[in-house]
Design a protein around this ligand. Structure first.
Ligand SMILES: *Cc1c(COP(=O)(O)O)cnc(C)c1O
Length: 458
């Protein structure tokens, strides 16, 4: 055995007992969400149809560290602290002088990082007496994480699952059903938002934006039902920081520190989770770590979108959020990384992109699948197609280190495993997957659909 550490273990009692709220360190750089009717900054009261009070408090909090309730930590302890591995075999395969570490979130019951916030959100709903939750899911990862958590806390769950994923990933739906989640393919004819889309586009593959509209409509129309979102919002990103806080401790044990931190990017939650605790030290001026958010070229909100006020959903039912967006009615092509098919981006990450602290990269579908397969062959774990975007960027960075003959320490987040994504990998192996060329014409008219950020200062 070589005497380097492949698996940096944290003991159960070393699990962090607080989440890190980066809003405390961004101060004046954050713009408020706006009420879509009045175009004035949103107050907590108008969010209470959708969310329990404690989540609204966290959404608006300026407190740097927020305690993780014991009941949440107890459930986290089923799979946390999660492992930090050194990808020694991948390093060898690439012949790189770089050190590659990855944090493995596929150990959670539903197989991704989403469980970190699902447990917290279901818990706060339960203690405030909520009986039913409505939500959306893209690839099915969020729906299954929340089904697991709601089932544990005795809450009914209605999931609107993006139609293309519903058809491509029947076993994800089945997993939700096994945890007592009810699932509708979206657009569905059970909501006005769904019926409107179907009237115009009967063959719509659906999108996260449409599914969010359907779930919100259900929550707003039924006083007993709240709504839950799996990404984008501040409180969701807050819950995910347990990933990076653990990684920080694990790096301390390994006697190392990342020069580059990489995460794939859908709405921003797993990227925020792995990166924010390290971003904090850059904000303090103590480190100069690089942070790379990786999105699909077919849905390039960070690299090609505009920083504007826009809705989080297609029907325009959410507050207006200051974010990088492709326009709320943008329907991304049906790529096999369903969790990345979202038109917008977390306001917290958008602000860090504007500050030049976070870099964004867009990578094509085929390069990602190739990277996912390489990783599986080297390290044994099959990554989710979403995660494969982070791996493709990691491989690019490791090969750059080789070309420049300059070592560096890379950390990426293995946000979830791909064992429910066999159909997609089968298509890849059969040469049936293609890249999508993003047509810049799709961005025309975005000004008319969104609002300039100056609105916040009026
Ligand atoms: C949902 C999902 C993503 C994308 O969502 P973020 O909020 O950007 O993290 C990435 N990876 C996996 C495995 C997912 O399930």
């Amino acid at each position: 055995m070589k005497n380097y550490t492949r698996n940096i273990v944290l003991q159960p009692n070393e699990m962090p007992d607080k989440w890190y709220n980066i809003a405390a360190d961004l101060g004046g750089k954050m713009l408020p969400p706006l009420h879509p009717g009045t175009l004035k900054p949103l107050d907590g009261a108008s969010m209470s149809v959708l969310f329990p009070d404690e989540l609204i408090r966290q959404e608006m909090s300026g407190e740097r560290f927020i305690s993780i309730p014991d009941e949440v930590r107890d459930l986290y302890a089923m799979f946390r602290p999660s492992p930090l591995y050194r990808a020694v075999n991948l390093e060898k395969m690439l012949g790189t002088p770089a050190k590659i570490y990855y944090k493995y979130e596929g150990v959670s019951p539903s197989g991704s990082h989403k469980t970190n916030t699902a447990i917290a959100q279901a818990y706060y709903n339960k203690i405030e007496g909520v009986k039913k939750i409505a939500t959306e899911t893209g690839a099915g990862q969020w729906g299954s994480a929340l089904s697991f958590a709601c089932n544990h806390f005795g809450i009914d769950l209605q999931v609107f699952m993006v139609k293309v994923s519903y058809e491509q990933k029947p076993y994800r739906k089945m997993l939700m059903n096994l945890w007592n989640g009810k699932v509708e393919a979206s657009p569905s004819n059970t909501t006005q938002a769904g019926r409107n889309i179907l009237a115009q586009h009967p063959d719509s593959p659906g999108s996260l934006g449409i599914a969010i509209s359907e779930a919100i409509e259900l929550a707003v129309s039924d006083p007993a039902t709240k709504y839950s979102l799996g990404s984008v919002l501040n409180h969701v990103l807050l819950h995910q920081t347990i990933i990076g806080l653990e990684a920080e401790k694990q790096f301390e044990k390994a006697g190392d520190y990342p020069d580059v931190v990489i995460g794939c990017f859908g709405g921003g939650s797993n990227f925020a989770g792995i990166s924010f605790p390290f971003v904090r030290h850059n904000l303090d001026g103590k480190t100069k770590t690089r942070f790379i958010a990786v999105e699909p070229t077919s849905c390039p909100k960070l690299t090609k979108g505009s920083f504007r006020y826009d809705f989080g959903d297609v029907a325009g039912m959410t507050p207006l959020l200051p974010m990088h967006t492709l326009g709320h009615d943008f329907i991304p092509p049906g790529i096999h990384a369903g969790g990345l098919r979202y038109h917008g981006a977390a306001p917290l990450v958008s602000a860090l992109v504007n500050e030049g602290i976070v870099e964004a990269q867009a990578i094509d579908q085929l390069e990602c699948f190739e990277a996912g397969l390489k990783f599986a062959q080297a390290e044994g774990i099959l990554p989710a197609p979403e995660t494969a975007h982070a791996i493709a960027a990691t491989i690019r960075e490791a090969l750059k280190a080789k070309a420049e003959n300059s070592p560096r320490t890379i950390l990426f987040n293995l946000s979830g495993h791909g064992y429910f994504d066999m159909y997609a990998y089968q298509l890849y192996l059969d040469n049936k997957l293609t890249n999508f060329i993003f047509d810049d014409k799709m961005l025309e008219g975005i000004e008319g659909k969104t609002h300039p950020v100056e609105l916040a200062f009026r």
